[in-house]
Design a protein around this ligand. Structure first.
Ligand SMILES: NC(=O)C1=CN([C@@H]2O[C@H](COP(=O)(O)OP(=O)(O)OC[C@H]3O[C@@H](n4cnc5c(N)ncnc54)[C@H](OP(=O)(O)O)[C@@H]3O)[C@@H](O)[C@H]2O)C=CC1
Ligand SMILES: Nc1nc(=O)c2c([nH]1)NC[C@@H]1CN(c3ccc(C(=O)N[C@@H](CCC(=O)O)C(=O)O)cc3)C=[N+]21
Length: 285
């Protein structure tokens, strides 16, 4: 079997077109969605994401602020900026790019973001609401994975989904959202014994570990749907996923490429969260 590509870039583009009308509606009610992105330090990969978020804001007609702070920014200063953005009426979404420099406690910063502006969905209150199943801003990459599966008509209910990775940003929340869609979910991580025995049972395999080309066909059941969340920069400057694309594509039914798979959905879900936050803050449904 040769896999069909799940074209995240095309799905993201279609979603953005759909969103433009909603943005216009909001604008005619006098509201322009506003997103603030804060980045501390010079990590080149982070700079790329931040620029791409800014570009998407402009494309959709959002107000966008990017705060680039030096590596030696103090925690107090960053908390002060978050406080200012919390109070700023033209900002509906706040994203502080992770990871932060070691001298800043990430938890303190995330906790300080106003929950109604937490477009990353990382605040403990957002996470709690997600677990309970209450309405909340969902973390962007996990929400993007679910959206991609739905847009490709992949049945989730009753299927066995296996997730490799258990980070707060990807692995844990994507497992939870798959379970919410009625999958039976197995979570794997670096201490999982006999991982291949588990992954070979997966109807849907989600990989988020951060190791280039780690998953080859020996992990995959023939016909499985494989979602590659990994984004790894190789020495030659190219991007690679956590999944060995050419090898796995010969055995899976659907597979996401890197780049052009989950990444574009992440940014689109961030835009959707910002839109949702703006509507809520202004009581517009
Ligand atoms: N496309 C997108 O929009 C996004 C992509 N990413 C990418 O996704 C990848 C994962 O990111 P993130 O979750 O933040 O990474 P983390 O490093 O926070 O987490 C990695 C997880 O993978 C597990 N793991 C590591 N090695 C193995 C292994 N050999 N076998 C099984 N499990 C393993 C770890 O296990 P343990 O807990 O035991 O240490 C951990 O739970 C990265 O490549 C990142 O760049 C991230 C966010 C967004
Ligand atoms: N607070 C916070 N929120 C995040 O959501 C967050 C973060 N910190 N830190 C870093 C990770 C990583 N991340 C990506 C987003 C988009 C692409 C993306 O669009 N990638 C393109 C390729 C981009 C390129 O060419 O470099 C693609 O896969 O097609 C990748 C990775 C968000 N993250």
């Amino acid at each position: 079997m040769t896999a069909s590509l799940m074209n995240g870039k095309a799905v993201a583009q279609a979603m953005r077109e759909e969103m433009k009308q909603e943005v216009q509606k909001l604008q005619s009610a006098g509201v322009q969605p506003g997103l603030a992105v804060v980045i501390v330090g010079e990590d080149p990969a982070s700079q790329v994401y931040v620029n791409s978020k800014h570009k998407t804001c402009l494309e959709l007609g959002y107000y966008s602020e990017v705060h680039r702070l030096p590596e030696d920014t103090t925690q107090e200063h960053l908390l002060e900026l978050v406080g200012t953005l919390n109070a700023q009426s033209n900002i509906h979404g706040i994203l502080v790019q992770l990871p932060l420099p070691k001298h800043i406690e990430e938890k303190a910063i995330i906790d300080a973001i106003a929950v109604e502006k937490d477009v990353d969905g990382f605040h403990p209150m957002s996470v709690g609401n997600m677990i309970i199943g209450d309405d909340s801003l969902l973390p962007c990459t996990p929400a993007g994975v679910i959206e991609l599966l739905k847009r490709y008509d992949v049945e989730i209910a009753g299927k066995h989904a296996v997730v490799i990775g258990r980070s707060n940003i990807v692995g844990k929340p994507v497992s939870l959202l798959l379970q919410r869609e009625h999958a039976t979910v197995t979570m794997c991580h670096s201490r999982t014994a006999n991982m291949k025995e588990l992954t070979k049972q997966a109807d849907i395999l989600v990989v988020a570990i951060g190791k280039a080309n780690f998953v080859d066909r020996s992990f995959v059941k023939p016909g499985a749907v494989v979602i590659d969340v990994g984004v790894n920069r190789l020495d030659n400057g190219k991007l690679a996923g956590d999944v060995h694309f050419d090898d796995v594509s010969e055995i899976s039914s659907l597979l996401t490429p890197v780049p052009g798979g989950v990444g574009p959905l992440t940014i689109t879900m961030l835009m959707q969260n910002t839109l949702k936050a703006a509507k809520r803050i202004h009581n517009l449904g």
